[in-house]
Design a protein around this ligand. Sequence first.
Ligand code: INI
Length: 159
Amino acid sequence: MPDTPPKPIQGDLIADNNVKIAVVVARFNEFITKHLLDGAVDTWVRLGGDAGALTVVWVPGSFELPVTAKKLAESGEYKAVICMGCVIRGETDHYDHVVEQTAKGIKDVAVSTGVPCIFGVLTCDTLEQAVNRAGSKMGNAGRSAMMTGIEMADLMKKL
Ligand code: INI
């Protein structure tokens, strides 16, 4: 008998207006995060979705992303929650606390609710690094966060 290769299971990259996705954006470093949001919405539209089908929620800073993602995930309405922020290292260890707790918080919400919560938070040493990842030299992290959210929302349906 010929050996048959395994049939992989994976999410498709199709924006379906009936599969609700929420985007939570931190206002801190809005100069950067508004471009991440623009990239995410544009990617959703280019993959076939209507911009109006997305739910966009603004929060003060990245530290507020997990609790907001939790509320959205627990509502049962959303198949993915995309969290976007920008944390830039300063002179103190504040950066480390914000980054660590934000990343862990977002992961905890995803694992406890079963709703994919995407870590679209830039963690940079300099403003230039953030600019490069918000629609210039290094692309736009908002785009990849949206693609990850769409793929994961579809994958969860198939598992
Ligand atoms: N929030 C960010 O999203 N990015 C930062 O770079 C940042 N820094 O550097 O302080 C930041 N701080 C605010 C934090 O997220 C909370 O909003 C605040 O601590 C209130 O809980």
